[in-house]
Ligand binder design. Structure first.
Ligand SMILES: [Zn+2]
Length: 53
């Protein structure tokens, strides 16, 4: 698992593992941990504008 201090939206890519899509940090090649994934999801929602109220 990735243990980088900061993972930005643009450093994440998705890899297919069987039927699952795994978010992966490009810089180190490891999968995101739960905390990183949570903050990444928030960035993703902002990026897509899904948090507009
Ligand atoms: Zn990393």
């Amino acid at each position: 698992m990735c243990s980088c201090a900061k993972v930005t939206f643009y450093e994440v890519e998705f890899k297919l593992e069987g039927l699952k899509v795994i978010p992966t940090h490009k810089n180190c090649g490891n999968t995101l941990n739960d905390d990183q994934f949570t903050s990444f999801e928030k960035e993703l929602v902002k990026y897509w504008g899904l948090d507009a109220k």
